[in-house]
Design a protein around this ligand. Structure first.
Ligand code: HEC
Length: 112
């Protein structure tokens, strides 16, 4: 239980919220500013890619070998505008790790 190992993944919960906002962001403005929808498609995807890059860097457990790969694949897909590919990474990681993460890491206090 060293701090060097615990500190990065404590950011994961806020990152998950950030990802959720990045996903939600494209849909909200489209309702209010329908004309912008075509021209701004890349912007929310860039935000999502950045969020997934951050997730990739916060692998909490060295034994979770596909965590980083899944998140990076999602980030690459988001950068290409491949929303389906980006969403596949959400599911891939949640199916593989969310339950384990909650069981092992969720109760740790966030850093001050
Ligand atoms: C590499 C792993 C990984 C990837 C990729 C990932 N997540 Fe998560 N996500 C998690 C983990 C772990 C949790 C549980 C965190 C906790 O409970 O503190 C979580 C929780 C969440 C939550 C909180 C609600 C819940 O079901 O527990 C949301 C919302 C969420 N993720 C959305 C997304 C979306 C949207 C994407 C894709 C764009 C995504 N995540 C990609 C690992 C990931």
């Amino acid at each position: 239980m060293s701090t060097s190992r615990t500190s990065p993944f404590l950011f994961l919960a806020p990152v998950a919220v950030g990802i959720a906002l990045a996903i939600a962001a494209p849909f909200v403005p489209r309702v209010a500013h329908a004309d912008d929808a075509c021209g701004t498609k890349a912007n929310p995807n860039a935000g999502l890619a950045a969020a997934l890059d951050k997730v990739a860097a916060t692998n909490p457990d060295p034994s979770w070998t596909t965590w980083t790969t899944i998140a990076k694949q999602g980030a690459d897909a988001a950068r290409k505008g491949d929303v389906a590919g980006a969403k596949a990474s959400c599911k891939g990681c949640h199916d593989g790790y969310k339950a384990k993460y909650k069981a092992q890491y969720r109760m740790k206090a966030p850093p001050k």
